[in-house]
Design a protein around this ligand. Structure first.
Ligand SMILES: [Zn+2]
Length: 82
């Protein structure tokens, strides 16, 4: 029997995982952000968030003025999957 191994690759392509520290829940939300000191204005970095951490992570980015967009993961992936 194969058990779920803790510490296995968090960036597994099959199931996106929440970006919050220590959280291994499935991601539901995509937070698109940009740090104007590091990135050009068009650049988008993304964090993934589960339902529980969306508020926390978007606040973290929001207070710094980095947060650009919060989109459902399924909506984020579907439009252009070229
Ligand atoms: Zn989470």
């Amino acid at each position: 029997m194969i058990l779920n191994v803790p510490g296995s690759d968090p960036s597994s392509p099959s199931t996106p995982i929440c970006s919050a520290k220590g959280c291994r829940a499935d991601a539901v939300w995509v937070l698109a952000w940009n740090n104007p000191k590091l990135h050009t204005p068009e650049r988008r970095k993304t964090w993934l968030a589960c339902e529980e951490h969306r508020e926390h992570l978007s606040q973290f980015l929001g207070v710094r003025g980095f947060l650009k967009d919060v989109v459902l993961l399924e909506d984020w992936e579907s439009p252009e999957s070229s």
